[in-house]
Design a protein around this ligand. Sequence first.
Ligand code: NDP
Length: 263
Amino acid sequence: MKLFSIFGDPVHHSRSPLMHNSVFKRLGVSACYSRTHLSDGTQLRNVFESKKLSGANVTVPHKEAAYAQCDEVRGIAKTIKAVNTLVYEKGKLIGYNTDADGFMSAIQSFGPIKNALILGGGGTARALSIALRQGEITPTVLNRSSGRLDFFIQEGIKAYCWDGFTADDYDLIINTTSAGLSDNELPIPRPLLIELLSRSKGAVDVIYGKETPFLREIKISGLPYKDGSDMLLAQGVLASYLFLGGEFSLKTIEVPMQHSFSL
Ligand code: NDP
């Protein structure tokens, strides 16, 4: 039996085990997907190998650490420098980033978008900023602190911390911070958020499965919005496709994975 897991801290909220196990069960694949709580990201590879995993997903806050521990990184993850999917292939740890394509597929329903403001500067913000730029949508990044802004600046993406930022018009406001995930915080100070939402056409919170304070503010604003469920599904389908070595089509995987959302 092949073994898979998701690594994160926190990880108890993750729906990935349910999503991937539903696919394995429905497609008759002998495999099992578990959760691994990991506080020290530098130990990711050791734990992956000691559990004899065939593949894994990586969530907050270890995506950059996972990137650093891969033997090879493929696709858009090479630019993003953060991976959320690991596959063991012929003794080598291969890293991918399925968040980027998953997000782009999830925002199709907003219609044409010219620019977007990304709140946060972590692995997910990197993935989304590169994906948006590839999709000809201009990204701007706003993070709480300046420590993580270098990546974006080197990529030629406008990036600010709270201190140096003035509100502007953005078609889409996207929360990629972990504010609201296991606390009751907003990703940016409330007055600034209210002004940004009043000048925007839509908003996305990549957190899923709960009403975050950010999501509550969007609902009050009356803007079209999405939580992270569609992105979760899309990135999960792509990860499962990689785990199963391309044996099943994306559509074949999507049906049982989508069904797991109603369980
Ligand atoms: P990282 O740990 O890499 O980055 C977290 C970011 O959040 C940092 O920029 C950090 O700022 C900021 N942050 C944390 N707490 C606060 C706060 N209280 N106020 C303001 N900013 C804060 O996380 P990831 O990028 O890996 O993940 C971020 C979120 O995205 C998680 O909630 C995760 O669950 C979700 N996610 C959802 C997906 C989906 O499929 N729906 C896919 C991927 C991620 P600083 O630099 O100042 O510390």
